[in-house]
Design a protein. Sequence first.
Length: 87
Amino acid sequence: MLDFWYNKAMEVIRTLLMFFSHLLFIGISYQLLISLVDWSKFIHYRPENMGRLRLLVLFLAIASGYLVSRFMLELIQISQYLLYDFH
């Protein structure tokens, strides 16, 4: 019975870690896309397109932040497996 609760707690911790990792890297990606990219070179800059441009930047930030987060979590998981195998 104790093993069940331990596994459940570890699953909750892992899920929370994934959630906050995704949010962190999406936020970092959004800030980088807003501050570093000159969107007027790529997009027709008109005042009526500002909402669409923000939505595009948000979608790009979600996609890139998710990919970076998955990559980092995968690296952590691989390193844990390697450390576990060598002990």
